[in-house]
Design a binder for this molecule. Sequence first.
Ligand SMILES: [Zn+2]
Length: 165
Amino acid sequence: MAVNLVTRAQWGATAPRHKDRLKSSAKRVVIHHTAMKNCKSHTESIQELQTIQRVHMQNRHFDDIGYNFLVGQDGTVYEGRGWGVVGAHTKGHNDDSLGIALMGNFNYDSPSSEALMSVTQLFKAGVSQGFLLPQFVLFGHKDLGNTECPGAKLHAALPRLRSAE
Ligand SMILES: [Zn+2]
């Protein structure tokens, strides 16, 4: 099954400076939050994606927006680096993982059921297309690094995500 996603072209992404393919199917998924605002409209989300990409490429010197996918609170999925591409989201853990960021700050907000549903659909699509191992392990960023990401409320929802498949 395919996920209905907003492509890079549709949100006006800048071309990556460089792109490395994952050597095999991702073994792990790492969930993040953007720790920025919770976008209320499609126009706002698109501006936010362009801002995130600019910050990642210009301030942090990444080759592209760091995440493989981003998900809005309305459940819309935005293409980041996309499937099968090495991301820049979890230091030391990017070579065998897929990074998905929910847009918002989940230290304070609870993730919407629409957003969580879309993440589950991404898992299914990744497995069915061979980009993700069926037995992949799910992490929150803070399980692998010294960070508050993906926020306490989203982190608490992770077990539900895995069992919803
Ligand atoms: Zn993170």
